[in-house]
Ligand binder design. Structure first.
Ligand SMILES: NC(=O)C1=CN([C@@H]2O[C@H](COP(=O)(O)OP(=O)(O)OC[C@H]3O[C@@H](n4cnc5c(N)ncnc54)[C@H](OP(=O)(O)O)[C@@H]3O)[C@@H](O)[C@H]2O)C=CC1
Ligand SMILES: O=C(O)[C@@H]1CCC=N1
Length: 269
């Protein structure tokens, strides 16, 4: 069993820990958390997941096989300055921070095995879609450990570091776009007279069914869309409205803005 220390105890750290603990991939007691100042948050995490809290002397950092960097990009430099003196040379670092380059982490923690990854909050239920890139210090054993951790919370794809900005825009932020779509569908359904409860159930099942169709049939989304669209029917009418409003262009702008912001955050960190 490995000792893993989470530096940052916010929503992303919790999503990953929840996924790991629920799947029993690690001995919960050997997962440690620390943050900047919010002790109530650490108590909550310990009570909820049975994990441990890093003591004020930072002893757990000495024994850590891996640290997971999960602060906001603007806070990572200070966090690294605080933890670096306590770390062992062999300790590997896995960052989940949007934008922050591997180089910045090498500067903050010294040359050591470092991976930069981008999971998403569906890690909570073991359904993250994560991307990962690693530095030259990562050997096969260490790579397996990084991949194993991310696999315990969903699927993981190795990409070039440069491509992590696009991964961040697509699957890191992606759950929020889907929730926003659900909000919009729900509001439209309520406007048409459906109750919120019924609308939500129908929407969730529709999303779940469509995602499962993509997964299980292996069909292209275009084919599946065409299968739904009867000539002159309701779907065609709905899709025409989306096209008139430049739906694909709007989505392209969404991804472009998010990708650009990831680059900006990287430059800020
Ligand atoms: N939320 C998401 O969907 C995703 C987020 N990410 C990335 O994960 C990272 C964290 O995001 P999120 O969990 O939402 O952020 P939160 O604001 O919820 O959590 C940030 C955490 O960092 C801690 N922190 C700040 N400074 C330090 C420090 N010097 N030492 C130790 N801990 C510190 C904070 O502690 P305190 O509360 O005490 O100040 C807090 O626990 C971000 O970089 C984000 O880009 C990646 C994928 C998805
Ligand atoms: O919004 C953010 O910056 C983070 C990164 C991906 C998802 N949440």
């Amino acid at each position: 069993m490995e000792t893993i220390v989470f530096v940052g105890a916010g929503s992303m750290a919790e999503a990953i820990i929840a996924g790991m603990v629920v799947r029993n991939t690690e001995d919960a007691k050997r997962i440690y958390v620390m943050n900047k100042s919010d002790d109530d948050r650490l108590d909550y995490m310990q009570g909820r997941y049975g994990i441990s809290i890093v003591c004020p002397e930072r002893k757990a950092l000495k024994f850590a096989d891996m640290i997971v960097l999960a602060t906001k990009p603007k806070d990572i430099r200070q966090a690294m300055a605080e933890i670096a003196p306590h770390l062992n040379d062999h300790t590997a670092a896995l960052s989940v921070i949007a934008g922050t380059p591997i180089k910045t982490i090498e500067q903050g923690l010294g040359m050591r095995p470092i991976a930069r990854s981008m999971p998403n909050t569906s890690a909570t239920i073991g359904k993250s879609a994560s991307g990962i890139a690693m530095n030259s210090k990562v050997d096969q054993r260490c790579k397996d450990q990084f991949i194993q951790l991310l696999s315990s919370i969903g699927i993981v794809k190795e990409v070039r570091e440069e491509d992590l900005h696009a991964v961040t825009a697509l699957s890191g932020s992606g759950p929020a776009y889907v929730y926003y779509l659900v909000e919009a569908l729900e509001e439209a359904a309520i406007d048409k007279g459906l109750s919120k409860e019924i609308a939500r159930e129908l929407i969730i099942q529709t999303l779940d069914g469509a995602a499962s169709m993509l997964k299980m049939t292996g069909e292209d989304p275009i084919t599946l869309r065409q299968n739904v669209t009867s000539p002159g029917g309701t779907t065609e009418a709905g899709l025409n409205a989306l096209e008139t409003r430049k739906f694909k262009q709007t989505i392209a702008e969404c991804i472009d803005s998010a990708e650009g912001r990831s680059r900006e955050l990287g430059a800020l960190s």
